[in-house]
Design a protein around this ligand. Sequence first.
Ligand code: DGJ
Length: 561
Amino acid sequence: MEFRTLFCAALACSLTLVAGQEKIAPARTAGAPEIPHLRKQGTATQLIVDGKPFLVLGGELSNSSGTSPEYMKPLWSKLVDAKVNTILAGVSWNQIEPREGKFDFTALDGIIRDARLHNLRLTLLWFGSWKNSWSSYPPDWVKKDFARFPRVQIAGGKSIEVLSTLSDANRDADAKAFAALLGHVKAVDSQQRTVIMIQVENEIGLPSEPKEYRDRSPLAEKAYAGPAPKELMDYLQQHKDTLVPELGTVWEAAGSRTSGTWEQVFGQGTATAEIFMGWNYARYVGRVVEAGKAAYPIPMFMNAYPYGFAKAGEAIRNSGTPMPDLMDVWRAGAPRVDFLALDIYGSDFASYCADYNRSGNPLFIPETRGMAPYGMEARTLYAFGRHHAIGISLMGVERPAATPDPLLTGSYRLLSQLAPLIAKHQGDGSMSAVLLDPKGGPQKIQVGNYTLEVSPQGGPRGAAPSADFAAAIFIAVGPDEYYAAATGVSVKFSLNTPGPESVGIGTVEEGWFDNGRWVASRQLAGDETGQGQNLSLRSHPADRNPDGFAGIQHFTLYRYR
Ligand code: DGJ
């Protein structure tokens, strides 16, 4: 069914329903700022909300919390105390379309109303056809009618509870519901813009168990035996010099053919199955996103756990998932998806951030937690400072219902102070950050006119050395002027521009920002700056502000011979 018809049908549904339901306050009219959108600034991509860059200091609710305003009522104020500015909340297809074509947005309206009452923004997570690979969120009328809404089949023809990407009926039903959702959000929120972004589906890709690399249903087998699609081949040829190396290598290894069957073009390896599934998920989601954007074109992204193409002998995980190795396949198949986002828990934080923040894909982390050896404060400083992230979000933020995680609150309180400065310096080379292994040596980074040699200092003086990685952010606001914040580092300076070769540390202030205005407290020198030899962004526990951070430091440097 043509998605324009899809969109109109859905909009009609959503508007009539608004009339029926508890309406949330209509707000500003003409002259209201643009709807949330993305904007390039140098090498960075910024989320613009109410006309200004917006850094997402997020918290993702547990999967089902966003389905009940009553359940959330006692939790909002705690989220505000945690210094979160955006809540990531799941929207269940089953809950909004319990009967085909009959939409009910009561719960969603309650969540939007209450988030707005607490001056929080929302990123909605569309739990539609797939969540964590499986199809547990489609409505019962979809689940029960497996003839009309076919499933993925594994070898031997057994169906598993995963909607097949090859079915137009599955796709169009999801797209219709998604368009209704975005039509409704536009109708009730385009003036207030509480909802700033949409995540489409959640960690999709074939489930790792049963170990199936691709859909084996008759439709899928026919497609796999057929030619690789022209659109994908055209894309590969047009972007052959900028393809992510992992995909380029697979294509080249099979001779960089510009036509042929999937296996002729990509070879007989398991990567071909992942590319095939990636393409089919992307085509499907691409239509869903187009339907949603036709209703209300706010930024839309996919999230995935950072797997890569399975190596020989390794099991494939989430075949087809929107991971960096498949970034080009997803761009070719779903061009309206704005970016691929990273869910990262335990493993190597720095390398996965780099994996996602490449080939122009901005970094956004919808799901993470402070897990050793990377505390939440280190993750936050590094993601914003080094990768100019759009945002970061703690998974299960409402779980510690009692008191929010102090390290989360500390990170977000610091970031909300630095946000205007970060937004101003994203993408122009005047800001960077380090993530330091406590057992590792110093790291050198260039920020502005100086090279900074940053060493871990294992937390406050007198405290037990921390096994956690240290992190520090540096922002050059002038040729010899900087702001910095860290979790425990010391910094030495050298030059990376011609002129007098020695560097001196000028004035060093510790302080904070109050609504963008710098408030200096101590002026640091002597022991606190290694007698002028190095900066020390760690202070005695007694000096640490309640967030556990050494205060922000504002300092000048000078050169002499
Ligand atoms: C990653 C998923 O995206 C989340 O929805 C949740 O299932 C976590 N895993 C585990 O809590």
